[in-house]
Design a protein around this ligand. Structure first.
Ligand code: GRF
Length: 204
């Protein structure tokens, strides 16, 4: 029996790309339903590009400088479509995408955020978690929705906040959870076990 076609994934990064690495590593398993076909970075020297090239994955650098958000997103969209991408994962991509882009990829655009959404959206997450003296944090993978800071959650992982945690120690613990969570969430979406329907995550 022939193996089913893997879902073709594009990953957008701006930095070190440890979540990208987790997705690359997951893809080595025959049973993993997704395969990264393109990594795009807006930052030329992002280490994520090195990770992709080392794994033999095609890369593109698309700078956001000296162009409108729409023009930048248009170039990304064209590169993804040219590579036959079916699903897009944001993995530490530090640009806000236009509503048009998010709408075009709705239900096929995922992001990972280092908190238990809807709590602690935005930036300085771990500092704010510690300031708030909550005893749990974690990571979330969600569908990206146009006009929303965060969309419907696909999967979450809970991490304890310890008494002596600093933003760095907490970030490290959450990051370990992220690396397990992103492949799990991508699998769920690629296997059709969760989908976006009328702005909600629907689980099969
Ligand atoms: C992660 O913490 C992710 O949750 C956030 O950006 C960071 C990216 O880290 N969106 P890396 O580049 O994947 O190592």
């Amino acid at each position: 029996m022939s193996t089913p076609e893997k879902c073709k994934v594009g990953v957008l990064v701006s930095g070190r790309g440890t979540n990208l690495q987790a997705l690359i590593d997951a893809g080595f398993a025959d049973s993993f339903p997704a395969r990264i076909v393109l990594v795009i970075s807006n930052v030329e020297d992002a280490y994520g590009l090195v990770r992709a090239r080392t794994a033999g994955i095609a890369t593109r650098v698309i700078s956001h400088k000296d162009k409108t958000r729409e023009a930048f997103d248009g170039e990304i969209d064209a590169a993804l479509r040219e590579a036959g991408v079916e699903m897009v994962c944001l993995a530490g991509f530090m640009r806000i995408l236009s509503v048009g882009f998010a709408r075009a990829w709705e239900g096929k655009l995922l992001n990972i955020h280092p908190s238990l959404l809807p709590a602690f959206k935005g930036t300085r997450v771990h500092e704010r978690v510690i300031e708030a003296k909550v005893n749990q944090s974690g990571a979330s993978v969600h569908f990206v929705m146009p006009e929303l800071d965060a969309g419907p959650v696909i999967a979450q992982s809970v991490v304890p906040v310890l008494v002596h945690d600093t933003p760095d120690t907490l970030a490290g613990r959450v990051l370990q959870a992220e690396h397990r969570l992103y492949p799990t969430a991508l699998r769920l979406v690629c296997e059709g076990r969760v989908r976006l329907e009328q702005g909600e995550a629907v689980f099969a």
